[in-house]
Design a protein around this ligand. Structure first.
Ligand code: CP3
Length: 345
C-alpha cells in the first residue's frame, strides 16, 4: 500500500476524510488488561520501553483491539533525560522521579553518538512496527517538546505550580536557554532517527505549555518547536509534524502560525467554534474530546464526539482526545467512541 493511501497521512497532508481518522493519546497502557499482563514481564518501566519485543506488542494492542488509524510508538518522553544520565525512575503510584537540576549545575554537552546508542532499542521498535503494521495504519513517532521535558528535569518530577523552572527561566534566561538548546539538539536528533527507521509522522507533546505567559510562551514553546521542525524538514522533507501545546488557550493561533507544524492537537478546553475560526484556514486539527467524557461514556460522550466532528467538518480533522486516556477507562467506552466516530452508532 502506498503510504499516501493511509487516512491518517492523507489528513495530515491536508485532505479531508469522512469519517475522520481516529487514534487516541495514551491508547496503549493501563486501561487495557492485555497491557497490564504484558507489563508484568518487566519490573522497570523504562526497561519495558527499551525492550523492542514488549514495546512492539504494547503499541499493537490498542490498534488490534479498536482497529485504529494510527499506532503511536510505545515509549516515554523521559527517555531523553534518561539518555543524559539524569537518574529517571518511575515510582508506582507517584509518577516519574528525576535527580533535579538547577541553574548553575553542569549540563552535559550534546553527544549524538551517546544519545543514539542509548536509544537504539527505541529505533529498533520503530523499525519492527514499520514492518508489522497493517497497510492502512499510520505509524506516529513522538517526543516531549523541550519546555515540557525541561519541567521534569528541573522540578524533579511532576509539579503543581512549576515554580522552580519558571523562576530559572525568568531569573537567568541565558543559562536556561542552554538547557533548552540541549533539548532541541537531542529531540531533533531523536525524532530524525525515528523517521529514518520508519515513523511516518511525529508528534511533539508540550503537556505543560499552558503555564507560560505570552512572551515566555513564544521563547520557550514556539521557538524551540520551530527549530526542531526546521531541522526535521532539512533531513526529512515534508514529514508531517503534529504539535500539542496543551493548555495554550488563546495562544493556540500564534503557535499554529509560527511553530511550523502541520497539525495542531487541541486540548478539551478549546471552544470548537473559536478554534474553527481562529486557526489558519485549511490547517489540520486533532482532538479534542475530554478524556473524562470517555471515562464517563454514554450519550454525553457520543453527543460531544458528534459535535467535535461537525465543528471541524470543513477542514482536515483527526479525531482524538484532549489529553491521554485515563487508566480507569472501560475499553467498552473506547469501542463505543470508535463506532460513533465511524458513523456506525
Ligand atoms: O499510547 C501512547 O500514547 C504511547 C505511549 C506514551 C507513554 N507516555 C507511555 C506511558 C506516550 C506518548 C507518553 C507521553 C508522556 N509521558 C507525556 C506526554 C503526554 C501527557 O500525558 O501529557 C508525559 C508528560 C509523560 C511522562 C510520564 N510518563 C508520566 C507523568 C507518567 C506517570 C503517570 C502515569 O500515567 O503513570 C509516565 C508513565 C507512563 N508512560 C505510563 C505509560 C503507559 C504508565 C507506566 C506504567 O505502565 O506503569
Amino acid at each position: 500500500m502506498n503510504q499516501t493511501g493511509k487516512p491518517l497521512l492523507r489528513t495530515l497532508m491536508g485532505s479531508r476524510h469522512s469519517p475522520p481518522p481516529i487514534w487516541l493519546m495514551r491508547q496503549a497502557g493501563r486501561h487495557l488488561s492485555e497491557y497490564r499482563a504484558l507489563r508484568e514481564k518487566s519490573s522497570d518501566f523504562l526497561n519495558f520501553c527499551y525492550s523492542p519485543e514488549l514495546a512492539v506488542e504494547a503499541t499493537m494492542q490498542p490498534v488490534r483491539r479498536y482497529r485504529l488509524d494510527a499506532a503511536i510508538l510505545f515509549s516515554d518522553i523521559l527517555v531523553i533525560p534518561d539518555a543524559f544520565g539524569q537518574g529517571v525512575r518511575f515510582v508506582t503510584g507517584e509518577g516519574p522521579k528525576l535527580d533535579a537540576i538547577a541553574d548553575g549545575d553542569p549540563l552535559p554537552a550534546f553527544d549524538a553518538d551517546k544519545l543514539h546508542d542509548h536509544l537504539s532499542p527505541v529505533y529498533e521498535t520503530v523499525a519492527r512496527l514499520a514492518d508489522e503494521l497493517p497497510d492502512m495504519v499510520g505509524l506516529i513517532g513522538f517526543a516531549g517538546a523541550p519546555w515540557t521535558v525541561a519541567t521534569y528535569m528541573v522540578e524533579g518530577g511532576s509539579s503543581r505550580d512549576y515554580q522552580k523552572i519558571r523562576s530559572w527561566a525568568y531569573q537567568n534566561p541565558d543559562s536556561f536557554q542552554i538547557l533548552i538548546d540541549l533539548l532541541v539538539d537531542a529531540t531533533a536528533a531523536y525524532l530524525g532517527r525515528q523517521i529514518s527507521h520508519g515513523a511516518e509522522a511525529v508528534q511533539l507533546f508540550d503537556s505543560w505549555a499552558g503555564v507560560l505567559p505570552p512572551v515566555e510562551f513564544e521563547r520557550w514553546v514556539i521557538q524551540p518547536t520551530a527549530e526542531i521542525v526546521r531541522r526535521l524538514r532539512i533531513e526529512h522533507g515534508d514529514i508531517p509534524v503534529i504539535g500539542f501545546p496543551r493548555g495554550a488557550g488563546a495562544q493556540y493561533p500564534v503557535y499554529a502560525e509560527q511553530a511550523g507544524v502541520d497539525c495542531i492537537s487541541l486540548d478539551q478546553t478549546v471552544p470548537l467554534d473559536w478554534a474553527a475560526k481562529s486557526l489558519p484556514q485549511g490547517m489540520a486539527v486533532q482532538g479534542n474530546l475530554d478524556n473524562l467524557l470517555l471515562l464517563a461514556g454514554g450519550e454525553a460522550m457520543a453527543d460531544a464526539a458528534r459535535a467535535i466532528i461537525a465543528a471541524f467538518s470543513d477542514r482536515p480533522h483527526i479525531f482524538n482526545l484532549g489529553h491521554g486516556i485515563l487508566p480507569e477507562t472501560p475499553p467498552e467506552h473506547v469501542e463505543r467512541l470508535c463506532a460513533v466516530v465511524r458513523g456506525e452508532d
